[in-house]
Design a protein around this ligand. Structure first.
Ligand code: PLP
Ligand code: ZN
Length: 459
């Protein structure tokens, strides 16, 4: 088998067959990677190799924005790969939004993952994760979710009828757009009296005991699918590598997969330059920011200081600190992919920043006004870019790609609270979170049901 699973801990480094199912390394507990024997595989000579597939859209896997890069994630036969049309996304040159971030026109690009079937980037990973589930013959699958993972798993199971989905969510934390998807697509929905970090812990236990195939980003096959977001960014730039990739950080699966994508592209000689990576936390869920920027935790060749991490979490529990942000998709204090993300930051000379609720909502309004719209968590990427440009870390004419992770319709409450005129609703959704101003709001105007009044208003 040319693809296998491999423990990321260099002091263990054990490998496991492609068809074994593990959440973590059974020998040492570290995260697993999917690895390939590239020298036995037909590796493309250049990225333009993939252009030949643009004309093959009638083959479902070639239509897919994930599987048309099959040679770079070849763990299943092309015809066995699960697809429901994910990855039809665009890289939008966002000249109207660029000045908000302090960038010159032509510098800012928005990679719009909200166009995926379930409306978030999670579908890239779910196409690959469910493909592995199919390879191992799984019948029941589960995930914990702040919302989008469950929406994605639910739609894949609903459309393909391959597996039954059980989703674990925290109580009261999930945006309605996302909850409505899981229910509508027919997934069994379990609401835990706790938050995402609790749901994540319970789903791992339940999956072990009940033999459910786990589809959180702990699943290394999911991250293989998410690598293709970077391939499509490069495709959108004519195979040129940008200066910066900026991405919101929650469970840190996306940032980890981006790092792996660039490590592999570089190793295979398909890129020369490596972009810098910026991962943006919400200030109310800033474990990575604290550990990386404030406490100097590093990848350290795979030997990152686990005692440091444990002490950090013990302190967090002692203080009773819980993740809390309007950006519910990144409302996570115990990111399961932390060590893989440190590897990505190491390889891509990365930085981490945190942004406030106010900064997230103002950025979101600017994406909405000039981009294709996004949910609060996604806007953290633009807010973080603005911060890094102001600091001089990102040059104002560098080429920056912000990943817009989820669709605007996912969380209508946040949008309506910001733009609407209902003070009570604003206080309830945003005011209580410390959002004070709505500088970029597009307020609706009320008028009498009278044509003259309407004409007066519009004159
Ligand atoms: C899942 C998600 C994130 C966080 O991604 P991670 O890979 O968990 O860091 C950010 N934004 C949206 C919209 C998401 O659905
Ligand atoms: Zn191991």
């Amino acid at each position: 088998m040319t693809a296998f699973q491999h423990c990321i801990n260099p002091d263990c480094g054990h490998s496991f067959d492609l068809l074994e199912v593990h959440h973590r390394c059974p020998d040492c507990g570290a995260l697993l990677d999917v690895e390939y024997e590239w020298d036995k595989l037909p590796v493309p000579k250049s990225l333009s190799h993939f252009e030949q597939y643009w004309g093959q859209r009638r083959i479902p896997q070639r239509h897919s924005g994930v599987w048309r890069f099959h040679e770079l994630l070849p763990f299943a036969k092309l015809e066995e790969c699960v697809t429901i049309g994910e990855g039809q996304t665009i890289l939008q040159k966002a000249d109207y939004v660029a000045p908000y971030a302090g960038l010159v026109p032509g510098s800012l690009y928005l990679q719009y993952e909200g166009m995926n079937p379930s409306g978030s980037f999670k579908d890239n990973g779910m196409a690959a994760g469910t493909t592995h589930g199919k390879l191992v013959g799984a019948k029941h699958t589960a995930c914990a979710s702040t919302g989008n993972t469950s929406a994605s798993l639910a739609i894949y199971c609903g459309v393909t009828r391959m597996m039954n989905a059980v989703i674990f969510i925290g109580s009261g934390k999930i945006a309605y757009g996302k909850l409505s998807q899981a229910l509508d697509y027919g997934a069994r929905t379990i609401q835990i009296e706790g938050d995402f970090d609790d749901a994540m812990a319970r789903v791992q236990e339940a999956s072990k005991k009940l033999n459910l195939y786990l589809l959180n980003s702990l699943n290394p096959f999911r991250l293989e699918g998410q690598k293709t977001i970077m391939f499509r960014v490069l495709e959108g730039l004519g195979w040129e590598v940008p200066d910066w990739i900026v991405v919101p950080g929650g469970n840190l699966g996306n940032s980890s997969s981006f790092g792996k994508a660039f490590i592999e592209l570089h190793k295979l000689g398909l890129i020369k330059k490596v972009p810098r990576l910026a991962v943006i936390n919400a200030a109310g869920a800033d474990t990575l920011y604290r550990l990386f920027e404030k406490e100097g935790l590093r990848w350290n060749g795979g030997r990152c200081d686990q005692t440091h991490i444990k002490k950090f979490y013990d302190q967090m529990d002692a203080e009773g600190r819980r993740a809390n942000t309007i950006a519910s998709a990144i409302e996570i204090n115990r990111p399961v992919n932390l060590t893989k993300c440190l590897r990505a930051l190491d390889f891509c000379n990365g930085v981490v920043r945190e942004v406030t609720e106010q900064e997230i909502l103002d950025a979101k309004a600017n994406v909405g006004a000039g981009g294709l719209g996004c949910e609060p968590a996604s806007a953290a990427s633009l807010a973080g870019t603005k911060k890094l440009v102001a600091e001089g870390v990102i040059g104002k004419d560098e080429r920056v790609v912000c990943i817009l992770t989820g669709n605007q319709l996912k969380d209508p409450n946040a949008t309506v609270a910001y733009h609407g005129n209902n003070k009570e609703f604003f206080d309830q959704v945003l005011g209580k979170r410390g959002v004070k101003t709505t500088e970029f709001a597009n307020h609706p105007v009320t008028v009498a049901n009278d044509i003259d009044a309407i004409i007066d208003l519009l004159k």
